[in-house]
Design a protein around this ligand. Sequence first.
Ligand code: MG
Length: 248
Amino acid sequence: MIIRKSEAEIERIAAAGRILRGCLDMLTEAAEPGISTKELDRLAERFIRSAGAIPTFKGYRGFPGSICASPNDMVVHGIPGATRLKEGDIVGIDVGVTFKEYVADAAVSIPIGEISAEARALLEATRRALEMGVEQCRAGNRVGDISHAVQTHAESKGYSVVRTLVGHGVGREMHEDPQVPNFGRPGQGPRLLEGIVLAIEPMVNAGGPDVEVGEDRWAVYTADGSLSAHFEHTVAVTADGPRILTVC
Ligand code: MG
């Protein structure tokens, strides 16, 4: 069941989204060679709680962190730990913030120091795929229009989209209907109506689309060891078109 949100509810998700964006901007500054993902997690938790909000991920199905931190060939769901980031890495940072009972969800992939041209191109293509998906987030369109836009851009650059992990509705719960795959056909899937709020989150692999879950049962890796990038926004369908809620 897709839950449409009132304007007041959308404002509450946007309030969570502003805290979240502040947190991601802070983490982007802090993510330098030598810092561990656990240290980034501590900074994030402190930032979110000092804003009077709750780190949504912490304790979600037993997840131990406030952020997911997923370097290089890790796609998503990395548990923060002792791993120190190093020059040339890319790291996906995914954060959920609950504020006044509403959730916002967003992710960025951050370059650590100087990165290769290949890594930079992957980040740029994934960020752009997200923008193309957001652009389709309009009343009267269907979820497949978002999916198709994301897939088409990623594949036009020679990359693959992950199939087994998808975006989702978001509101009082972090994961609501509908699913928002990063692949699909235009004109297919649930119709988008005013008040629908979606987390759109392309996961783009430099190599093939297949992924594997690691020994900790959380971390998802590319099966072929290729680099992967992840960007995500929470977006509302409004009368005025797409409204990104995870911005300052
Ligand atoms: Mg999400």
